[in-house]
Design a protein around this ligand. Structure first.
Ligand code: MG
Length: 334
């Protein structure tokens, strides 16, 4: 199989601020394996960038063999040759799924035995900003049924209040580890008056005792994201949360995301499917698994102004998978 790649500069519609960082431009890597396509959305937080992705691709591009249908062995071989480097692995995993499904002339969800016909309700993320800007972003976003508000800074209660003033939709919050345990308990208590659905990553993921306490006392579901990478990490968070946030770029692709979903269910955990800032390629790949999860946060492509691809339909806050073969994405016609 022949692997090629190129980088894409995704420009954010608004600077995307979370408790620890701000992003205006995201450099991702589009990977092609024969006619299959995938996307690496590297995360600085996990020590990755476009250069580290390219180094991985160069290292493994001659080791893919010539049979894409051998997904399990090709991908476990990759795992042996790349340590970490989850977004690079995810791009190869997506491209192989796309390639095999195209060869069979079926969508990837069908290849996986999943229902592709269910409308997928996604949240739309409102990054940290002035309260006026956050209201404006919520209004401009259009008809979403759920908003995810980034918190974890001093005035976060005012920010959520501002968003609540302009929408009746559900609101979930993500503190990206920006709170201490005491602060989290106090703020969650006050946030409840705005009808919060759940809280993502209230505190440092290493602070298991703090997480356990928050889970017991907060009275609202707690979802873990940061530092929960693959299925192997799930047992360590049991008792510390009510659910986990899976991202293809964080776990290494569709194959591992499926393992994570089943592992989470075996531990009685809820499952959220999230994303990085990425184009319709990465988002469509994650959306193939949408029918299996409780919460979707697949808005990465909607936050960028220049998505080079298309393929997912969005209507009134719901995503609809394409029934084209593979991931169903094609270069955007402009
Ligand atoms: Mg998160």
């Amino acid at each position: 199989m022949n692997l090629t790649y190129h980088t894409v500069d995704l420009k954010l519609k608004h600077p995307f601020r979370i408790s620890r960082s701000v992003t205006e431009l995201k450099k991702n890597v589009i990977v092609r394996i024969d006619e299959g396509i995938g996307e690496a959305a590297p995360s600085r937080y996990y020590g990755e960038n476009a250069e580290t992705v390219i180094r991985c691709l160069e290292k493994v591009k001659g080791q893919l063999g010539d049979d894409p249908s051998q997904l399990e062995s090709v991908l476990s071989n990759l795992d042996k040759n790349l340590s970490g480097d989850f977004s690079a692995k995810a791009a190869i995993d997506m491209a192989l799924h796309d390639l095999v499904a195209k060869k069979l002339n079926i969508p990837v969800y069908q290849l996986l035995g999943l229902d592709g016909g269910v409308p997928l309700i996604t949240s739309y993320t409102i990054g940290i900003d002035t309260t006026e800007k956050m209201k404006e972003k919520t209004r401009l976003a259009g008809e979403f049924l759920v908003y995810k508000v980034k918190v974890g800074v001093e005035n976060d209660l005012e920010m959520v209040k501002a968003v609540r003033e302009v929408t009746d939709a559900k609101i979930r919050v993500d503190a990206n580890a920006g709170w201490s345990t005491e602060e989290a308990l106090e703020k969650i208590d006050r946030l409840k008056e705005y009808g919060i659905e759940f809280v993502e990553q209230p505190i440092d993921p290493q602070d298991k005792a703090g997480l356990r306490r928050i889970k017991q006392e907060a009275g609202i579901p707690i979802i873990i994201d940061e530092q929960l990478m693959t299925s192997k990490d799930i047992p360590g968070f049991v008792g510390c949360c009510d659910g986990i946030n899976i991202k293809l770029a964080k776990c290494g692709g569709i194959r591992e995301a499926l393992r994570m979903i089943h592992t989470a269910r075996a531990h009685g955990l809820m499952v959220m499917l999230g994303c990085m800032i990425e184009s319709s390629v990465g988002i469509a790949a994650a959306a193939q698994l949408g029918s299996l999860v409780d919460y979707l946060d697949l808005d990465g492509n909607l936050l960028v102004a220049n998505d080079p691809f298309e393929g997912l339909k969005k209507e009134r806050g719901k995503l609809y998978l394409s029934d084209l073969p593979g991931l169903g994405v094609t270069p955007r016609k402009s």
